[in-house]
Design a binder for this molecule. Structure first.
Ligand code: NDP
Length: 481
């Protein structure tokens, strides 16, 4: 049994009340370890460590902060296999995905913000006629909270921690209780890289206890949260009256709009990925597929053919393309959506079945699932399933598909497939979301702003946007007449 610990003040500690949670391996449903069930006392203890470290860390020269972040990046690279095995075991994702996507991106997050902070400028504005000069100071906030979900555990945790640290803050982070393993390993790496004690503290436990204690802490100045929309509402309700800075990256129900004039082969390969990568458990997956009526039947046939070739299997197998869903509770939730197929005129085209994998009988495996729907207003199109389930439906005109794409409470991302330049510009402007991909999917440049509109969130992370989020801005005006 692996016993994970909290990482506070550079040390690995048991939870103060000595309470523990079980950690499950979704590939076979077994318990393989324990993690701290931390409480307010652990958060307060971490806060004291972070507060003590802040004075020195915030005054550490940028070059030195940058060098430590770059060192963490290199050490993650050096430990690729170890991190990937832990991530795959904890989350159920294919080991190949952890190796290709999650772990390299965690290293990139540290590397990118290690470099970005050296280029983060403050502005000055001179008005000669009035003989004034304004300049802007950007100071670190103090101690900040970073709370992340289970779908891309290390990738999303480091996406928050790296810019917060780069900007000179000290951090209390809480990974999802469902996938704590790689966050635990990160503590060790940070010590090796020479990150001073107390600068980063990682608390494990339940959202409702440890997470809520971070949100409610009077002296934690900002919260960067990625997770579900309902949790986002709870966080906003708590943190807003305290006037904390808030960045909320929430759920999505993203449209994938396919026009007949697209590069068909490229679109088909990419649509299989945007539908089922990471078992469909990526907030950016295109779960509502709209296809121009003239190619709908052809697309349906080809898409089913491609999807039926995807290999569902144990995450540790190199050939596996679809691993296990993350937990029993999530598996049941996804299956409950599939149970509803047929009740509203929808039709199961492919999949929708539990898969029994040899020697992994207790695992949470599901065939990738394609459902044809009659209307965009059905539950399957309106609610976030966050699993390997996509819907498809035909459309007749630009105006019809634009209206359907926007007719949902979420607004994270959208994909448009067309070779018509005017059309791609029109859709890019009018789709209600934070990110539009034209003729591609999930191509990420870390310099770009990232976030959603409507119920998909508040604020933008990425690039200088997130460095601004993690800084307090002050304007100084000097008259030199
Ligand atoms: P949850 O909202 O359940 O949890 C996210 C994190 O918040 C976890 O660490 C959780 O802890 C914690 N948490 C739960 N309740 C509270 C609380 N009251 N106070 C503080 N923290 C709390 O999301 P999931 O982990 O289920 O992740 C899936 C969701 O994340 C999907 O909706 C998905 O769309 C969204 N997501 C959004 C992304 C984006 O960039 N917009 C990217 C990736 C995912 P614990 O797990 O221990 O309960």
């Amino acid at each position: 049994m692996i016993q994970l610990k909290n990482f506070i003040n550079g040390e690995f500690l048991n939870p103060i009340q000595n309470q523990w949670l079980d950690n499950y391996n979704p590939s076979n449903g077994s318990i393989y370890g324990q993690l701290p069930n931390s409480c307010l006392k652990d958060v307060n203890f971490a806060y004291e460590a972070a507060k003590k470290a802040f004075e020195s860390w915030s005054n550490t020269p940028i070059e030195k902060r940058s060098a430590i972040l770059l060192k963490i990046a290199s050490l993650i690279d050096d430990n690729l296999d170890r991190f990937a095995e832990a991530e795959s075991k904890d989350n159920g994702k294919p080991i190949s995905v952890a190796k290709r996507l999650d772990v390299p991106r965690a290293a990139s997050n540290f590397r990118f913000f290690g470099h970005a902070i050296t280029q983060f400028q403050s502005e000055s504005h001179e008005t000669k006629s009035e003989k004034t000069i304004n300049y802007t100071l950007r100071h670190p906030l103090g101690v900040v909270g970073c709370i992340s979900p289970w779908n891309l555990p290390l990738y999303l945790l480091t996406w928050k921690i790296a810019p917060a640290l780069a900007a000179g803050n000290c951090v209390i982070a809480k990974p999802s209780e469902i996938t704590p393993y790689t966050a635990f390993l990160l503590g060790e790496i940070c010590n090796k890289a020479g990150l001073p004690k107390g600068v980063l503290n990682i608390i494990h436990g339940k959202g409702a206890n440890a997470g809520q204690a971070i949100i409610e802490h009077v002296h934690i100045k900002a919260i960067s949260f990625t997770g579900g929309t309902e949790t986002g509402k709870i966080i906003a309700r708590t943190a807003a009256p305290m006037f904390k800075k808030l960045s909320l990256e929430l759920g999505g129900k993203n449209p994938n709009i396919i026009f007949a004039d697209c590069d068909y082969e490229k679109m088909l390969i990419s649509t299989v990925k945007s539908s089922f990568s990471n078992q469909g458990q990526i907030c950016l997956c295109g779960s509502r597929i709209f296809v121009e009526a003239s190619i709908f039947d052809q697309f349906k046939t080809d898409f089913i053919k491609c999807v039926s070739k995807l290999i569902v299997g144990p995450p540790s197998n190199k050939s596996t393309q679809i691993g296990a869903l993350v937990s029993k509770a999530h598996y049941e939730k996804v299956l409950s959506f599939i149970d509803r197929v047929g009740s509203d005129g929808s039709k199961l085209l492919y999949g929708g079945k539990r898969v029994h994998v040899k020697d992994h009988e207790g695992g949470y495996y599901l065939t990738p699932t394609i459902v044809q729907v009659e209307s965009n207003s059905c539950q399957l199109n309106q609610e976030e399933i966050f699993g390997p389930v996509v819907t498809i439906m035909p459309f007749e005109s630009e105006s019809q598909v634009l209206e359907m794409a926007n007719d949902v409470k979420y607004g994270l991302s959208a994909t448009v497939w067309t070779n018509n330049l005017k059309r791609s510009l029109f859709f890019s402007e009018h789709l209600e979301c934070g990110i539009v991909w034209v003729n591609t999917w999930m191509q990420r440049d870390l310099r770009t702003p990232f976030g959603g509109v409507k119920s998909s969130g508040l604020g933008r992370e990425g690039g200088f946007e997130v460095l601004r989020f993690f800084s307090e801005t002050k304007n100084i005006c000097i008259n030199y007449k």
